[in-house]
Write a protein that binds this ligand. Structure first.
Ligand code: C2E
Ligand code: CA
Ligand code: CA
Ligand code: CA
Length: 280
């Protein structure tokens, strides 16, 4: 065994063994959860800020655990990303999003809200992604324009050459590609914006500081200017107060989501929310 800095032996470290066991347990539990359909997308409304109109939903996964209750993605997505399990989870959730989009389109036709799906870096770099998209869209009969994919800047730049082809193939099918958590990575804007994308999402950590912190406010202003001049769709996430919503609206940010409008809702609650938003 290799001796570690502190003079202890790695394989005798009880906390490490505990972590390894916990990870295996989590992976096994997630496989079961998938089989039992316990991973469910919740839907958070995305509003057009000007008209305060509901334009779409972001799908956010929750694990509806029979004993533990509702488990948030922070408790299992990162671990799933460390193995290929994220590919199975991602495929399952993409199909679930297509099924939901199809339901809403049956009721509302072309005016139905879009669904934005979060893709992990592994999924985005997976050559099988396009086949998954094609088969899910075909089996649920949804057009590409009903869907958006959210990817982080890190996952774009991690596999830049491969990802460029993926983005082209995705957009050829009519789905929009949006950069999530914009500004939180270490990439330069100019490098990132060479990719043919449809929109940007301003991360919550900047949005929350609007009007409180001058630097964050200046960054948000710059992103709005950038998105407008490049004709990119722009959504601010994590809007919690009317002051922040008003600031963003007045400065020309197109869209927003956050607890001020709605929390992520179950599919049924999202349906009720939609009915409320419909004209009489
Ligand atoms: P994200 O994609 O940046 O999602 C935004 C997070 O902010 C969500 O947390 C959402 O519930 C939360 N949020 C929305 N509005 C507000 C607000 O006004 N205030 C505050 N404090 N928070 C707000 P959530 O649902 O816990 O998801 C966390 C992260 O987990 C997501 O960050 C995303 O990276 C990942 N994730 C969620 N669902 C999926 C999925 O289906 N697939 C993959 N690969 N990742 C997912
Ligand atoms: Ca997202
Ligand atoms: Ca985000
Ligand atoms: Ca985020």
């Amino acid at each position: 065994a290799k001796e570690q800095g502190g003079g202890t032996f790695a394989h005798f470290d009880p906390t490490m063994r505990h972590q390894a066991v916990a990870r295996l347990r989590l992976e096994a539990d997630l496989v079961t959860a998938l089989r039992r359909d316990e991973l469910q997308l919740f839907y958070q409304p995305i509003m057009a800020l000007g008209e305060r109109r509901l334009m779409g939903f972001e799908g956010l996964v929750r694990w509806i655990h029979p004993k533990e209750g509702v488990i948030p993605p922070s408790q299992f997505i990162e671990q799933a990303e460390e193995s290929s399990l994220i590919l199975d989870i991602g495929a399952h959730l993409f199909n679930q999003a297509c099924a939901q989009a199809a339901r809403w389109r049956r009721l509302l036709g072309d005016g139905a809200p879009t669904i934005s799906v979060n893709l992990s870096a592994r999924q985005f770099a997976d050559p099988a992604l396009i086949r998954l998209i094609d088969s899910a869209m075909a089996s649920h009969k949804v057009p590409g324009k009903a869907l958006k994919l959210e990817v982080t800047e890190t996952s774009i730049l991690a596999h830049a050459d491969l990802v460029l082809n993926q983005i082209h193939a995705i957009r050829e099918r009519g789905l929009a590609v949006v950069i999530d958590d914009f500004g939180t990575g270490y990439s330069s804007f100019s490098h990132l914006l060479q990719f043919p994308i449809d929109g940007l999402k301003i991360d919550r950590r900047f949005v929350a500081q609007i009007g409180q912190d001058r630097r964050s406010t200046a960054i948000v202003d710059a992103m709005i200017t950038l998105a407008r001049s490049l004709e990119l769709n722009l959504v601010a996430e994590g809007i919690e107060t009317p002051e922040v919503a008003n600031y963003l609206t007045a400065h020309g940010c197109w869209g927003g989501q956050g607890y001020l409008f709605d929390r992520p809702l179950s599919a049924e609650a999202a349906m009720q929310r939609l009915e409320l938003a419909l004209p009489e």
